[in-house]
Every structure is written in C-alpha cells, then in structure tokens.
Design a protein around this ligand. Structure first.
Ligand code: ZN
Length: 1016
C-alpha cells in the first residue's frame, strides 16, 4: 500500500469519527443551548477557515450571538484565526475593553508595563455576582493559601472551600513567534461571556477565568510588524524575529527563578495577589496539541506529589475528550522533562498551584500553509495513539480551534472538580508549612558575617519577590549541622579501624558524631521552611543532581541553578528544627544591606577606603560617582584592625552628603582614613564600553545587557556591522564586550547568506516597533574579515576585548590569542551546570574581591589549552614515568655495559592542565614562535579538580574540562583579550560571577597589575 492510500484511508476514518461527534456532544455534557441564536456569518467564516472538519470540535465550530456584545470581528475585521490577521497587543486590549464595556461579566485590569513601557493586562470573566465578590473571595483564598491564619483548622478549611470560587489563569504568547493565542483568547473571552451552553454557564457562575492575552507585549508588536512586512512583500524573504522582548527571546520563559524580566514579575504579582489555582501558559511548536505539563522525567524534585497527580488528571482529561471529538494529534507525555522550575507556568507549581502548558501547532504568522511533518512527528507511539497527519493544510483558525477546545475542556473539568482543587490548594500550602517536620529542611540561613552583604540582600529580595517571608535573627543562635564529609581517601583508615573492631559498641564508636554545631551571629537572615511558599525557596537554594545515567538523555534545559552558589553568597541548609525557635523578627519591607561611613577622619576626611569583595554594588558606585577619584590597591592591607582585600577602592570625594546617601542606597560601607594605605595602587578610570551584538541571535548577549543595565553600567550598543565598518574603534571605545552568540564563529563572521533580497530591521511606518535601539538596512552581512581586522587592531592599540564561549572561540581561532587553543571533546556533557572553579592568580585585577574558589555557570566549555609558543597547541603533557627495559627494578636506572654510567638530565618540570608546558632549552633554540613572557596568556581562574568539580546539575566526562583554564587574560601587543569558558552573565542567575567582567571594565588599562613574568 502506498503512502497516499494510507493517508486517504486515515482521513476517511477520521471523517467518520468526526461525524459521530454530534452524539458524543450530549454524552460529554458539552451540548449547546439550542435556544440561543448563532452568529451565522461568523460561524460560516469559522468553518471556511478550518481546513478539515476534524480540526474543529462542537465547542468551537459555531459562535453564539449576543445582542450588544461585540465579537472579535469588530476589532479584527474578520473572525479570530482568520488568515492574514494578526492583531497588535493594543488591538487585543481594545477588544477586551469593548467586552468589558458591553458586559458586566468582564473586568479588565492593568497589571504593569514592559521594559519598553507597553501595558500588560489581565481580563477576568465570570458572572456579575462572582465579579462583585472578588474581594471577599480573595480573602478566603488567602486564608486557604496560608493555613497558619486558620490555625490548621480542617473544618474551617472545608468551610472556606465550600464558600470559595477558584480562579483559572491563562497566559498567551509569551513566545512571540507563537502567534495564535491572542485571537484564540479574544474569542474564548467572548464565548465565556455570552454562551448560554449549560457547561459554559456553569463555568461562568462558579469560577473566574483570568486571561493575560499577551505576555510578551514588546515582542508581540515586533512580531506583528514582521508579519505585516511579509504581507507587504509577499515574494521576498522576511526578517526573522531578532528581538522579542527588550532583552531576550525564548528565555523569557526561563525567568521564573531569577525574575529579571518585567513580564515575569507582572504575572507573578497577579499570581500572588489573585491566588489562582492554575497558571496555564500557551505555546506553539509541535502538531497539533501537546499537553506537555505531564511531560517526562525527571520531574522537579521540590514540588508536592499532589501536584504531579493533578497534572495527570487535567492533562489526560484533555487528551481523552479531544480524542472523542475525533481531533487527531492530541497527546501528553512527550519528551519535555519537568526538571527546571524556570518556566513561567512553574510560578504556580512552586507556589502551591497547578502549572499547565499547551504546545499547539502554529505557522508563525497567520498564513494558511501546507505543512509536511517528519516521521517522528506523525508516527503513532504509546503516548500518541492518534497522531497528527503526515501532510495537511494548516491554518491559524485550526490552531485557535485546538487551543479553545482544549481550554474549554480544562475549564469544564476544573469547574466540575473545583472543590477538590481548592482543597488540594489548601493541602499543598499546609504541607509546605509542614516541611521542617517532614522532609525538611527547617530553614536556610544567610549568615550575618557574609562578606558580600549587598549581594546577599539582592538574593533575599529575590526570595521576597517570590512571596517568601524573610526573618532576621535578633540574637546569636546555635544549631546542629550535618558534618561535612571528610575526604574519601582520608576517611578510609577510620572506616577500616571501625570494621575491625568487634565490640558491640563499635557502631556508635565508629561515628562518634555525624553532626557538629554552628553558631550564627545576630543579624543573620533566615528563610523559614514553615511558610506557605517554602517550596520555591527550597527549589532555588538547594543543590541539584542529575544522574548521567538518567533514562532521560534528551535534556530540555539547564540542570543546575543553586542560587547561593551562583550568587557567591553563603547559604546554609539547616535541618535542625531548633533553628525555628531562634530569636528573630520578620523583615518588614525589602531586605537592604546597611551602607554608610565608618571610622573617624583626622583631617576633616575626604579619603575613604572601600573593601573590594566582588559585591556588584561596587561597580554601580563607581559609575554613580563618575567625578570622584578612585584607585585600586594592588595588595591587601589593614587599617585599624580592619582587613581590606586586594583591589579595594581608595576614593576621594568632594560631596560627602551625596557619597553617604549613595553608600546607603547601595548597601556599601566606606571607611574614612587619614591617609591612603601604603600599598601600590592604580587609578580606576571610567572606560568607554561597547556591547557588541550580531544580527544572527541577540538573546544570550541580552542577558549581559540586562546585567549591565541592572548595575547601571553605561555602554554603547553596537553590531558586528558597525565593527566591520570602523577601522578606528579605539577612538570610541576602551572595552568591547562580546557576549555569547550561540551560532559559532563561522556564522558570526559570514553572517547570513546574501542570496535574494535585503532584509531590513528598522522603524518604518509599516514596522513601527522594529529598530529603535538597534537597526540596520540589511541584517545579512556579518562581522566579515574586515571586522576581525578592526577588532584585532583595536586590541593591538590598547583596547580590551571580552569574549565568552563561542565569541572566545572566535578570538582564539582568528589569531587574537597566541598561546591559547581550544580542545574539542565529544565526551564532555556539562548541561547548564554549576561548576566549581579555583583562582590561580589572585593578583590579577580580574580576581579582585574574590576568595579562593567560585561557583560558575558552564554549558560545555570551551576547553582551553595554553602554550608559550604561538600556535603551539598545548594541553596536558605529563612526563612519562615509564622506564625502558633493562637492568634493575622499576625505580632503577638502566646501566649501559662497558662504560661509566652517564647522568640523565633532569626531566622537564611537569605542568598543570591550566598552565602552559615549560619549554626545554632544546626546544627553545631558534624558536620563532616563543611568546615573550609579558605577552603570554595569564590564567586567572581554572576549573576545579574532577572529583570536586560538580556543584549542581548534570556532569558527564567532567575530567575533560577539570583543571583547565576558565578565565584567561591574553595580552596582544598593547591590549588584552579576556576569554571566558563559563558564561558569567546568564539569566540573571549568575550574579556571583558578574564581577569577573566588571573587574575587567574597572581595571581596563591596568590588567597587567600584579603580573609576575616568567624568567625565560
Ligand atoms: Zn513556546
């Protein structure tokens, strides 16, 4: 049988199935109110734009008519999902506000703005009487969500459950190229408002549906621009969506941990204020509807098992009902692992609610297209018994039908079981509060003697934004902690001794104490785990382990994120419940580090020293005090018993009051001194910084821009095309920062192929939302060889270039860094990990303020090797210890017979993996490529040894990168190239490694400080 025939049979079967849907309709309770008139014209268009009858359901194949209530057509000029119609966010809002005006069942709330100032909204739909009781209901939901307020009184909880109505929160188009949700949600809002079908009436009368139709508003409007450009130039290639939000693209759905983006904060605040039970986020990728909430393992280890049961219940109901409607390609499970809590929907999962997510099938715009699937998409598998069809005509209307049908099924099921879900909400909150006495821990402690108090406060404020309560100890307290495991090798003799002892008391004698006590000072912060939102704090602060042998080998996202580690802030997990009885107060308002002036000046004092501890606020201070004189000390020192790290600031200020106020804002301490310390210092001038971007992908560098903006470090934003054109970059810049691109160096140089038409990215009448902070007439040209030459000359003339991951590779591969090479390893799997690194050269300004080690974020390297010979490759060269065959034992020298023994020369000193191998005298002779000592790469930071490398996440083949250099300062003539193997600025989660970059910026013209040169 040929494929065509199979398809035909398949289609015929599906048609039959669809025809029987009429009778199923009644069985499922989804029957329409036959007395309500239908909007015939609208209904006709729905059917016209639906490409096959089985791509619709009895729930959405008609539109009810309601006098005086406008349908989406009034704004769209056609029905929802019509070809060629993609509304801007403002048009969607206009419609929602028209609905609000026309019906007492709709209320529109403004929920904040985006980075670019556009509005975000939430639309509440329910019966007039429910909407009138929103406030009293909110009070009940708040009590259910915090069982402490009702003293865990089960009878009271049941009363509240009986009286309350739940809220189901739906969010659309966080991912801008996934374009269908806004029109589907406009129509859904209309249906929920006017449809008199008994099941919809029941939803309306018993629960609130809350809708944010556009989550990524900046990106939505840019996407509509791009689509309109495409409609106006039907035969040309159109621009890919280079910028979605102001900073990042699809990673806007990885921000539920770091909360760096306004859209995340706005949705989170709605979630915390409204107390919805469900947060249901709409996406588009795979055919035709993937309810991916159930997903695949490994599941997030910190969520309540009650939640994972709820995922199954609602998810399978969707699949089951849509299968009965004869709609193909509806499935659950799939390959999405539910490990990371970074997705927007996870706001609900980590706050005692229910996270939900659909992937429907979209055409990235409103064109109707013939779509051909790959076998892995259309084949039948155990979790997809009714798979999508291999090839179909697909329309945005089909997508809207699937989205709405599935949502209506979910709303109906949720409504029918709302008391169960309300009770579960209470139970999950109760179990979150019971954490200390069940699974633990009892609390996380942020010690009061933390060296980086501003960074500590930043992390605590993040937890507060997540809804967590933070307490502060009013007196010292002592708790038992699990003893740190001794070194495995060191532990062995003790174990052996214990085992050999036969006395009955040996088991207790073998482990005299597995705990030790620790006293925390007053002023330490506590995140108690006996609070309703303990799970989010636990998920962020705990460690993660993903086994390399996990059945899930197709990892969806980052595997480790431990916030204390990546923030370079001490966080202590305490299981001893005694911690909860420490004397403490709840912190009212945001946690702030205390800042100000300490000590007494002798001469009316205008000279201050500020300890460099890699607290990010220090860079903000430098820029806030642009006109003050800053110097960095090149050695540690002590003044009046107070210790200061290498790199500490010596500041001379004129306006004392302003200085004190800024210190207070930033949570920094300055010591007034009579005289500057007697150590070598260099000036900290303010460099001119550029952040460089490509026209290929702007997301990963977007996280760098975000970090710079958060810390108020100004920069010019330039593209590879600007660099290609500018032969004198030194005239404008001192430091050029090239964040990771994620496309590889060849693409960075070549850009996009120059076939076909030019592809503009700029503001025009047709595309008012493009351009602005970055524009070009044609996105295709890349950095090119002229750009490489210009960048290299920039460095040679004294500029500083920062490259990370693939942009570090670019510098290494195009000759910026003689002596550095990159080793490829197919075996290494460091999938979004937290890894441990060690400082190799703490005299380098790049290391200022740090201790001995640092946890960093790593995604597969690159693995750097060093050499003292230009282009010399390198890598670990272990001297051979094997002796040749001959006389004597393994340690003896061989002896040549018949002549006196010759003395063997000393073997060359062995080098470590992060070092360049030493050059022997023999090799040195006429060695043209020998790099002069002052120009050799200087390793600042290296990866830790293999056995202590992994901090959090999945690491396989870690020995490949262990000990290798992680941050290298490689001089080139008068300038410097600073290479990062880790990504120091990632998703707002790596604030502990930001200062590696900021140190480069602050010390841009003194990076050689402290450098000891090789003798040879
Ligand atoms: Zn998506």
């Amino acid at each position: 049988m040929n494929l065509k025939r199979i398809t035909r049979l398949l289609m015929a079967g599906l048609l039959l199935f669809s025809a029987s849907a009429l009778s199923i309709r009644a069985q499922n309770g989804f029957s329409r109110d036959s007395s309500q008139p239908v909007d015939d014209e609208y209904t006709k268009k729905i059917r016209e734009y639906t490409t096959e009858t089985f791509f619709n359901s009895p729930l959405t194949d008609y539109l009810p008519a309601a006098p005086n209530v406008p349908t989406p057509k009034v704004v769209l000029g056609d029905v929802a999902g019509a070809p060629g119609k993609l509304p801007y966010a403002e048009e969607v809002y206009r419609y929602m506000r028209m609905l609000e005006k026309a019906s007492p069942r709709v209320k529109v709330f403004s929920i904040g703005t985006t980075e670019e100032g556009r509005e975000m909204i939430a639309v509440a739909i329910a019966s007039e009487s429910l909407l009138a009781r929103l406030e009293e209901n909110r009070a009940r939901l708040t009590k259910l969500g915090d069982p402490r307020t009702i003293n865990f009184d089960e009878a009271e909880a049941d009363r509240l459950v009986a009286q309350s109505f739940p809220i189901y929160y739906i969010t659309g188009t966080i991912h801008s190229p996934e374009t269908g949700a806004p029109t589907a949600l406009m129509e859904l809002a209309y249906r929920l408002t006017v449809d008199e079908s008994p099941y919809i009436k029941s939803i309306r009368d018993n629960m609130v549906t809350l809708i944010t139709p556009v989550v990524e508003v900046d990106g939505r409007n840019r996407m509509v621009d791009v689509y309109n450009w495409h409609l106006a130039h039907p035969n040309e290639n159109w621009p890919p969506l280079l910028y979605w939000g102001h900073y990042v693209a699809h990673d806007n759905n990885r921000d539920a941990m770091g909360l760096s983006l306004k859209l995340t904060r706005n949705v989170l605040n709605v979630y915390l204020n409204w107390k919805p039970i469900v947060l249901h986020d709409l996406h588009e990728s795979v055919p035709y509807l993937y309810d991916n909430t159930i997903g695949d393992g490994p599941y997030n280890a910190w969520v309540d098992p009650i939640l994972t049961d709820e995922w199954q219940m609602i998810g399978w109901k969707n699949v089951s009902e849509m299968t009965k409607f004869g709609m193909p390609g509806v499935f659950a499970h799939g390959t999405f692992d539910t490990w990371s809590p970074g997705y927007l929907m996870f706001i609900a999962a980590t706050h005692n609610g229910i996270s939900r997510l659909y992937e429907t099938f979209g055409n990235a715009g409103a064109d109707t297209l013939t779509r051909t699937l790959s076998p892995d998409e259309y084949s039948r598998t155990w979790y997809r018994q009714n798979p999508p069809l291999p090839r179909v005509k697909w329309s945005q209307r089909n997508n809207n039908n699937y989205e709405q049908t599935a949502l209506l099924i979910s709303l109906d099921y949720f409504n029918k079981n709302s008391k169960l879900f309300l009770k579960n909400y209470y139970l999950k909150a109760k179990r979150s509060i019971e954490k200390p006495k069940n699974e633990g821990p009892a609390a996380y402690v942020f010690p009061g003697d933390e060296p980086r108090l501003a960074n500590q406060a930043t992390l605590l404020r993040l937890l507060q934004a997540q809804g967590c309560e933070i307490h502060r100890a009013t007196a010292p307290f002592t708790v038992a902690l699990k003893k740190k495991k001794p070194d495995r090798a060191a532990a062995k003799p003790a174990e052996t001794a214990a085992r050999s002892s036969a006395s009955p008391s040996s088991s207790t004698a073998a482990k005299p104490s597995e705990t030790e006590t620790r006293t925390f000072p007053a002023g330490s912060y506590l995140v108690r785990m006996d609070q309703p939102y303990s799970r989010i704090a636990d998920a962020l602060l705990d460690y993660q382990y993903w086994s390399p042998k996990d059945p899930q080998q197709d990892v969806y996202d980052d595997t480790g994120w431990t916030f204390g580690e990546l923030g370079n802030v001490q966080v202590v997990r305490v299981t001893d419940t005694k911690v909860l009885s420490a004397a403490m107060d709840l912190v009212n308002g945001e946690v702030r580090a205390a800042g100000g002036i300490k000590g007494h000046g002798g001469d009316g004092g205008t000279t201050f020293v500020i300890n460099h501890n890699a607290d990010n606020a220090l860079i903000t201070l430098r820029y806030r005090l642009k006109n003050a004189t800053f110097e960095a000390t090149e050695e540690p020192f002590e003044i009046g018993g107070q210790k200061f790290n290498r790199g500490s600031f010596v500041v001379r200020v004129r306006d004392l009051r302003e200085f004190e106020q800024i210190l207070g804002d930033l949570g920094l301490q300055a010591w007034i001194v009579t005289a500057p310390p007697a150590v070598k210092m260099h000036a900290l001038k303010i460099p001119r910084v550029a952040i460089l971007h490509t026209w290929l992908s702007t997301q990963d560098e977007g996280w760098w821009r975000l970090a710079f903006d958060q810390m108020q470090v100004p920069y010019d934003y330039i593209s590879t095309q600007d660099v290609a054109r500018d032969a004198d970059l030194n005239k404008k810049y001192d430091v050029i920062v090239f964040g990771p691109v994620g496309r590889g160096l060849n693409a960075i140089i070549q850009g996009l192929p120059m076939y076909g038409n030019a592809i503009p990215w700029k503001k025009t009448e047709l595309t008012p939302n493009l351009g602005g902070f970055a524009s070009t007439e044609d996105i295709r040209p890349g950095l090119g060889w002229s750009g490489i030459a210009n960048l290299q000359n920039f460095v040679k003339r004294g500029g500083v270039f920062i490259g990370t991951m693939d942009t570090a590779d670019l510098a290494v591969s195009t000759g910026f860094t003689p002596g550095v090479s990159i080793q490829r390893s197919p075996r290494l799997r460091a999938i979004g990990d937290v890894l441990k690194t060690k400082f190799v050269d703490s005299t380098s300004p790049i290391a200022y303020g740090y201790g001995e080690s640092l946890s960093i974020y790593c995604f597969n390297g690159p693995i750097f090797n060093l050499s003292n010979v230009a282009g010399g490759g390198g890598g670990r060269r272990r001297p051979s210890t094997d002796r040749v065959t001959g006389r004597g034992t393994v340690d003896d020298p061989d002896v040549v017979q018949g002549r006196p023994p010759a003395e063997a020369p000393e073997p060359p000193p062995s080098s470590e993996a992060w070092e360049a191998a030493s050059i022997s005298d023999e090799q040195r002779r006429n060695l043209i490529g020998l790099i002069p000592p002052g120009l050799r790469p200087r390793v600042v930071l290296r990866y830790a040894d293999a056995r202590e490398l992994l901090v959090s996440g999945l690491l396989d083949g870690g020995d490949e990168i262990a000990q290798h250099a992680a941050v290298i300062d490689s001089p080139l003539d008068r300038g410097h190239v600073v290479l990062f193997s880790n990504n120091p600025m990632w998703r707002g989660q790596t604030s502990g490694s930001y200062f590696l970059v900021f140190n480069v910026i602050l010390n841009f013209d003194n990076l050689n400080a402290g450098r000891k040169l090789d003798v040879k």
